[in-house]
Ligand binder design. Sequence first.
Ligand code: GLN
Length: 258
Amino acid sequence: EVTRADATRGASSGRRVRIAHLYPELLNLYGDSGNILVLRKRLEWRGLGADVMEVHVDDTPSFSNVDLVFIGGGTDREQRIVCEKLLGVRNELAAFVEDGGVLAAVCGGYQLLGESYAMGDEKLPGLSLVDLRTERGTPRLIGNVAVKSRICPHVIVGYENHGGRTYLGDGVEPLGRVAYGNGNDGTSGFEGCLYKNVVGTYVHGPLLPKNPGVADYLLSRALERRYGDGSLEPLDDTEELAANQAMYDRMMSGDIET
Ligand code: GLN
């Protein structure tokens, strides 16, 4: 087991993960950019390399040398800007996804993955990377959320706030089942999506600090794709899992105002 005190600098085993963080200044609701810190630290604590490339609005991103793309959540206004930008590189992003590239998308970013999303009365085209669509509903779905997923041993906990209702196509697996809160649409019991190495979710908070299993799932898939070796040494996640458990317990006991 690697302890934090052992944290090594650099990439002792030579493996590294190249992360593209899309539009951090626009898509950072509820601390979504904190997910990048977690990915970086969990690599560094294991002596693995982490390269983080920020993609800004005037950049034309290339995904050819990228292992993991992260898209956070944003307001409708920000989503519209981002979607226009990403439609310009839609085919490159689709090729990345089809080739097993890892893509993690939260809330507004998750909604962009589908064929369309509705803003008010307006229906905007999405990136059509995953067979899903997002419609508008009232009320907004706001509050804490807990999800049981096959991708990690602990319950995924966090916070959701979305007007959109996301419906998955037949072949698309949900990230998991809602144990508390609303998830994709408030009625299906599904939360998020899994497609190839894409993980879409409504979970903010940010997602990864209290859900280390999700972080390791993403890193492992990225390492597997690039090196054929997705193995990760276990870390001491006592603090992360205590925070996860505390939030879950409070949800279950009805102790949190949602
Ligand atoms: N603007 C989107 C909605 O309300 C997503 C918001 C978010 O990322 N939290 O559905």
